[in-house]
Ligand binder design. Structure first.
Ligand code: FAD
Ligand code: SF4
Length: 593
């Protein structure tokens, strides 16, 4: 039987969505609402409130590192040029995020990468409103010790008027009291009031944080979308010409949580939305373009101009326990410390000190890695108590404040497929700094605030171990699938449709075209709302046109086949070419004897 005959028209979904973070969940709900059949493939696990770990030392339930069989929701990704935090699971990054929703400043909408394509500020304005309503944004009602310290610092440096409580996606009803759905006129799930326990980034066990599985994705599933967790998408293959059910793409996936032999599957769809977050989306598309060659016509811009929000994660550990810094929602206030830099105080709840493993007391690093390492050792010997305070002594969360520093400054790097020590020399995603505008590890404006904060709370300022390696870090990776007016300037068009692949969309942080200087989820949500608003309802959509085999594709594939044949034959050809010399050398040796 021909493989195509195994699929009937009923097996074909209108949309398959890859990933269930902000881009994926918004897309799922809006497409189901428009009458489409929707399947969401998500590589992470599904979590209920009680499934989240009590502390983040429960690494198998907290970390997402499938190679080590850690199938939690907090991803740690290490590249040569950046260290990243991201999220995995049904609900994507919302499971681990601090739920801060801030609209970026004007400059973002006028960024050079996309300003010629639309008046983005005006165009996106109504979608920010929808995003805030759907995500249940409310102002954090209570300040805590770290907020007061940051407010004082802002006053001293003359930016006190920019200090604000954070708008957050949290339900502030009566603390701990469960009530019927307060957001969607009774269509949503029951919710409970926030108890300000500081646990948002270890997963809210109290049903108060508005994760996507409680709003967009909840409604999408309620109205018919299917979500298949633990399914890692490996390939997207276009189906050219007429197909049963007007299918246009076949999506191949495997069950990521299986041991050794992972079960594999395929589904077919008339359209695909790729929402794997920057790392998931760029990696999958680069693989499809350069390795499986299923999507060879993707723009050469893919993976270019990836940004880290020009971010630095640093902080202060107080030497004594006069004040408790662990209480409150995870991010309770924000302030601009200069025209391009914002700072937010961030906290973990008591017992959740796993992240201190990535931290070191702040040293003025100079020279290469070895010299920097020796500086760390010297500082630890000179000030052992400071070293122990940051890395070992108890009650870290109660004494600690992370300072999240974000900038609108332009700097970037690129993502490619290749081999490096970070991929253990297997094929994987690797980073490459931009030559003109590299991302710097040290954000001076942030360091100044950290030092001021430390002196006010009698604390030890710290940075990430990545500083010792002169590598920036971020929890807010952006870009890699630029919006452009054609395939030479971008990967997707202004409606988020991929150039050269009708019915294929990208909707997630990889479409964000500049550093925001604030947390990105609200913007990802607003941009996806706008993109989905441009897809007509199913009953207004005409018949789906089959994918036409692009002119020149046969030639590209033939050239590819020839190239791969040549590569396979190369070792034999070299051996044949060397044979006369080997024989010659052998004869010479025998003559000499
Ligand atoms: C600790 C932490 C705190 C944060 N706090 C905030 C905050 O307060 N405010 C804010 O705005 N932002 C915050 N962020 C950032 C925010 O979480 C991300 O910017 C956001 O989640 C990105 O959304 P996305 O739609 O691009 O993709 P994601 O939310 O990252 O979702 C992508 C999903 O796709 C899945 N996926 C990837 N590849 C595949 C594949 N091949 N097959 C199947 N599934 C796949 C992933 O498992 C993931 O679930 C925080 C991030 C971290 C790590
Ligand atoms: S502070 Fe605690 S209760 Fe409130 S949203 Fe965060 S984790 Fe949930």
């Amino acid at each position: 039987m021909n493989k195509n005959d195994m699929f009937t028209a009923e097996d074909v979904y209108d949309f398959v969505i890859i990933g269930s973070g902000f881009g994926g969940s918004v897309s799922a709900y809006r497409l189901v609402e428009k009458g489409y059949s929707v399947l969401v493939l998500e590589r992470g696990r599904r979590y209920n409130a009680e499934d989240f770990p009590k502390t983040n030392w429960n690494i198998f339930n907290y970390l997402w590192m499938p190679g080590l069989r850690c199938f939690g929701f907090q991803g740690l990704v290490f590249f040569k040029d950046m260290w990243l935090l991201n999220g995995s699971g049904v609900g994507g990054g919302s499971l681990v995020y601090a739920s801060t929703h801030i609209k970026p400043r004007k400059e973002f909408f006028q960024g050079p990468e996309w300003c010629d394509l639309a008046d983005w500020e005006t165009e996106l304005a109504p979608f920010y409103e929808i995003a805030n309503r759907m995500l249940g944004t409310a102002e954090n009602p209570r300040f805590w010790p770290a907020d007061h310290v940051l407010h004082d610092i802002a006053g001293e440096i003359g930016t006190g008027d920019t200090f604000e409580p954070t708008p957050v996606g949290i339900f502030f009803g009566e603390p701990g009291e469960t009530v019927p759905d307060p957001f969607f006129g009774g269509e949503g799930p029951d919710r409970a009031g926030c108890i300000h326990c500081g646990g948002c980034m270890v997963g809210c066990r109290h049903n108060a944080k508005n994760t996507l599985d409680k709003n967009y994705l909840y409604l999408a599933e309620k109205f018919g979308a299917q979500v298949w967790p633990e399914q890692n998408v490996l390939d997207i293959r276009p189906l050219y010409g007429p197909q049963p059910g007007a299918a246009r793409y076949e999506i191949a996936f495997e069950k990521i949580t299986d041991w050794f032999f992972k079960r594999k599957g395929t589904v077919r769809a008339r359209n695909v939305v790729i929402s794997g977050g920057v790392i998931g989306t760029v990696d999958l598309l680069l693989k499809c373009r350069d390795e499986t060659r299923s999507l060879p016509l993707l723009s050469h811009r893919l993976g270019n101009r990836v940004r880290t929000n020009s971010e630095a994660l640093m902080g202060v550990t107080a030497r004594d326990r006069d004040q408790d810094f662990s209480e409150g929602v995870a991010i309770s206030s924000s302030v601009w410390v200069d025209h391009e830099t914002s700072v937010e105080p961030v906290r973990y709840p008591p017992g959740s000190s796993f992240m201190r493993n990535l931290m070191l007391p702040l040293v003025s690093f100079e020279g290469g890695t070895l010299r920097r390492f020796s500086q760390v050792v010297k500082s630890a010997v000179r000030n052992p108590r400071d070293f122990l305070d940051v890395r070992v002594l108890p009650n870290w969360s109660e004494r600690n404040t992370i300072l999240l520093v974000m900038q609108t400054a332009e700097n970037r790097m690129h993502l490619r497929r290749g081999r490096s020590i970070m991929t253990l020399f297997r094929k994987g995603l690797i980073s490459e700094q931009d030559r003109e505008n590299p991302i710097l590890c040290v954000v001076e404006a942030g360091r100044e605030i950290v030092e001021r904060f430390a002196s006010k709370v009698n604390g030890v300022p710290w940075v990430g171990i990545n500083d010792m390696l002169d590598t920036p870090n971020s929890a807010h990776i952006l870009g890699g699938c630029a919006i452009g007016d054609n395939e030479t300037t971008g990967v997707i068009d202004i409606n988020h449709q991929v150039f050269n692949y009708p019915g294929m969309y990208v909707a997630d942080a990889s479409a964000i075209p500049a550093n925001l200087g604030v947390n990105p989820s609200l913007t990802i949500t607003a941009m996806t709302e706008r993109a989905m608003s441009r897809i007509p309802a199913k009953d207004e959509m005409g018949p789906v046109r089959p994918l036409q085999r692009p002119a020149g594709l046969d030639m590209i594939q033939q050239t590819e086949e020839r190239r791969s044949l040549l590569l396979k034959a190369a070792p034999f050809a070299i051996l044949l070419a060397l044979l006369p010399f080997i024989f010659g050398a052998f004869k010479l040796l025998r003559k000499k004897k």
